[in-house]
Design a protein around this ligand. Structure first.
Ligand code: PLP
Length: 397
């Protein structure tokens, strides 16, 4: 059994805060603070440029990729870290389209994160080969898979509602129709069990600043199935993905396997924070995390529905069809969320009317949820949200 009392002590949490936004930005693991300070002083400070060799900086994207891989069912050597998730989506899609050259359609859904769709739009425009991005309702994906589809590109857990796609079933349907799959695991990795090998996914991408607690702007990851890794031609021919970066050849030769998905110089300070954040997962079972997050989410839904009739559940009611976040709708959702934040319950808001709450048992327990329900009930009953200042939109919602 995972000891959640122990994991809770591994995070810094400001006093008076109930943090229900780990689905957007995980809190600071105490070890990350120490590791980054040590990295700055001992590695950058003392070793200077030598750190690339002496401190193993050059190997971090692969080494840490393997650590992330263990959490998502990816074997050693199939995951590499770097860049942002948007870039990794672009790389995965470019590779997948080239591996399926006789097809024209990229199938996605309206629950996908906009950047994934924008990346596809930009790539399709650049390729100018007549590709088409087809975006259907989440419930219509299954029926839309046919022999025109080159690539099925989906986010497993919907960023707004937490709705969970069946990765294994959809991947299998896609393969039967001759399509390849790209799974965005931004809201899955660290939230629920993912087994990329068992699902037979072709490509997967994800970020590490949400459930993996790597910090704001932490590097993304990309997974390429072993059967594609040595044959796929990368779209972004960065020198770090070259077979021999320090040969400085004028011609590009792709690195072996997943190495070719590297682009430029890795963000070593950010990787140090992430490396320490991943220590939290030692002796943690993803099944336990998922089960505990379901229990907390159910407690939350029950409590909020009983005490706040004006809020409408926007997430699937069936826990087996959700990731680890719960969303409620209200036309004044933005103002309500600002009032909640001021009263110590931190969640976030997604336009037009969704309030999102994440349930991450590594640092959230039953008592926090009970307390949060009480605060939400008071903010709603006393209309504490009904103030002009709470309606003023900030840059980030
Ligand atoms: C599902 C999903 N995909 C992509 C992104 C964008 O990632 P990035 O800003 O790291 O490029 C996000 C950001 O939250 C996301 O939730």
């Amino acid at each position: 059994m995972t000891d959640f009392e122990r994991t809770r002590r591994l995070f810094h949490m400001p006093d008076g805060v109930i943090y229900l936004d780990g689905n957007s930005l995980g809190p600071l693991p105490i070890a990350a603070k120490e590791r980054v300070a040590r990295m700055l002083a001992d590695e950058w400070g003392e070793q200077l440029i030598r750190g690339w060799n002496t401190a193993g900086w050059m190997l971090q994207p692969r080494r840490i990729g393997d650590r992330v891989g263990r959490l998502i069912g990816a074997p050693e050597g199939t995951v590499v870290m770097g860049d942002t998730l948007s870039i990794k989506v672009y790389q995965a899609l470019a590779s997948a389209l080239e591996l399926n050259p006789d097809r024209q359609v990229v199938l996605s859904d309206r629950g996908n994160f906009p950047t994934d769709l924008y990346m596809a739009e930009g790539l399709i425009r650049l390729l100018s080969k007549g590709h088409e991005l087809k975006v259907v309702e989440p419930g219509e994906v299954e029926d839309a898979i046919d022999e025109s589809i080159a690539v099925l590109m989906l986010t497993e857990v919907d960023y707004r509602t937490g709705r969970l796609h069946d990765m294994t079933a959809l991947t299998s349907l896609a393969h039967e129709a001759g399509a390849l799959t790209i799974w965005d695991l931004a809201h899955s990795a660290g939230a629920l069990p993912v087994d990329l090998m068992a699902a037979d996914a072709d490509f997967a991408v994800g970020c590490t600043y949400k459930y993996l607690n790597g910090g704001p702007g932490a590097p993304a990851f990309i997974y390429v199935a072993p059967r594609h890794a040595d044959i796929t031609r990368p779209a972004l021919l960065g020198w770090m993905g070259h077979q021999a970066p320090f040969a400085f050849d004028l011609d590009y030769r792709p690195g072996a396997g997943i190495e070719r998905m590297r682009v430029g110089t890795p963000p070593i300070i950010a990787l140090a924070a992430l490396d320490a954040a991943l220590d939290v997962w030692e002796n943690v079972s993803m099944d336990d995390v998922h089960a505990a997050s379901i229990a907390l989410s159910e407690q939350f839904i029950r409590g909020v529905e009983a005490r706040c009739p004006e809020l409408t559940l926007a997430s699937p009611r069936d826990a087996s069809r959700r990731g680890s976040q719960v969303s409620f709708r209200h036309p004044e959702g933005y103002a309500i969320m600002q009032a909640l934040i001021e009263h110590g319950v931190i969640g976030d808001f997604r336009a037009p009317d969704l309030m999102r709450f994440g349930f991450t048992p590594l640092y959230i327990g039953e008592q926090d949820v009970q307390q949060a329900i009480g605060i939400i009930a008071r903010v709603m009953a006393d209309r504490l949200w009904d103030k002009a200042e709470y309606r003023k939109k900030a840059l980030v919602t």
